[in-house]
Write a protein that binds this ligand. Structure first.
Ligand SMILES: [Zn+2]
Length: 397
């Protein structure tokens, strides 16, 4: 094939641009793939759905103005989305201006439900039926009773079965699952030691069993999506989820970061400091979890009285700050969010963590870093699971 043929070939744009480049080839930051017409259509569908999801009822003209799509394209997409049962016409808007009143459209918010699971608590699994706006309509729980492996998986299946019954005849948009451990982008739980899961294809197993779209992600990654979707988190933020273990979810430029081995945010077993510390479940000494996990904190607090309690909490916060300062500095984060028991985390612990991060980073850039508690409480992973379904099925968030 000659160079001119390459340049004429519509399917090989990268080859053509390479041949015209005068510098030595470098690695592209992002894979460059041609945007195919069907991708563009999917993208534009998501733009329409996103506009309605966030703004509420609006007209075809409003959508065109907001998205920058032509009115013809919007009308065409709206017809298709009404045909798919996702949108409905609400009637005509009262207009003060002369002319034909516009017809308002909205998502059919009560036509679908989302199922969400939180598998991150060591006492039991919880699940919920949610509407498209992330409100919980029904809740279910199953005790774990220390079960692991297939027995734990059976309990997940029991829980989903009960949620499907709650959903009744309402179509299920999808099932979102926040699982502990390291989860790849295909929903395989690569490792979740507390549940005894290694290479468990949870997403595929649940999809085959229940026949609905399923998305499985790490619980802290689900939690940061909930904070972004419903809790007002900034586009560059880190959420530290503190419970039985310690994990983190990272959002950079509004996108979740998973890492090359899907283990981004696994900071619980990072050793903090060079002065030793307690032996961790992983065998090392002084991991962040040994200072901060809730069972360890409760044990340390039970051994002291009065003012010493604050000192224990401050120490834990200080270690958290030591672990986070390089991350805040390297990624230029604007916001750190703590999710876990407010009674323990909010107060001396959070204050010491913020003070430590500030004292260890560049004040002119990171002095205005905010560190706050999540406002979403115990439902944070369930609501994050709903965000994953909304984003995966409708492209909205
Ligand atoms: Zn460890």
């Amino acid at each position: 094939m000659s160079a001119s043929e390459v340049q004429r070939s519509p399917s090989r744009p990268d080859v053509a641009s390479t041949s015209a480049r005068s510098f030595a080839p470098t690695r592209a930051l992002r894979p460059k793939a041609k945007l195919l017409p069907e991708h563009a259509r999917g993208h534009n569908r998501s733009l329409v759905l996103q506009t309605l999801y966030r703004s509420g009822p609006c007209s075809r003209a409003d959508i065109a103005r907001t998205t920058g799509l032509t009115r013809v394209t919007v009308s065409d997409l709206v017809a298709e989305l009404i045909g798919d049962g996702l949108l409905e016409e609400l009637g005509q808007r009262e207009e003060s201006r002369p002319g034909k009143p516009a017809t308002l459209l909205d998502l059919r918010r009560d036509a679908f439900v989302i199922l969400g699971l939180d598998l991150s608590e060591h006492s039991g699994f919880s699940g919920a039926v949610l509407d498209l706006d992330g409100h919980l309509l029904a809740r279910e729980e199953v005790a774990l009773d220390g079960s692991t492996g297939d027995a734990a998986l059976d309990r997940v299946i029991t829980l989903v079965g009960r949620l499907v019954e709650h959903a009744g005849p309402t179509p299920i948009l999808g099932l979102g699952v926040g699982s502990p451990g390291v989860v790849d982008l295909g929903g395989v739980v690569l490792t979740a030691p507390n549940l005894g899961w290694e290479g468990l294809p949870l997403q595929e197993t649940l999809h085959e069993r229940f026949g609905v779209p399923v998305v499985v992600a790490n619980d802290a990654n689900a939690a940061i999506l909930a904070e972004h979707g419903f809790g007002g988190a900034a586009a560059d933020a880190m959420l530290i989820k503190i419970g039985h273990g310690v994990g983190a979810g990272l959002l950079l430029d509004g996108r979740p970061m998973y890492g090359s081995r899907f283990a981004a945010g696994e900071i619980g077993h990072v050793v903090v400091g060079t002065d030793g510390g307690e032996v961790c479940a992983c065998g090392k000494r002084g991991c962040l979890e040994t200072w901060l996990s809730i069972p360890r904190l409760e044990r340390a607090l039970a051994a002291v009285q009065g003012d010493e309690r604050d000192r224990v909490l401050e120490q834990a916060g200080e270690r958290l700050g030591i672990a986070l300062a390089p991350v805040v500095g390297a990624l230029d984060l604007g916001e750190v969010i703590l999710a876990g028991p407010t009674g323990l985390l909010d107060g001396p612990l959070a204050a010491a963590a913020l003070e430590t991060i500030r004292s260890r980073t560049m004040s002119e850039f990171h002095g205005d870093l905010s560190l706050r508690m999540s406002t979403l409480g115990q439902d944070i992973v369930l609501r994050g699971a709903a965000v994953m379904v909304l984003s995966g099925q409708l492209g909205v968030s």
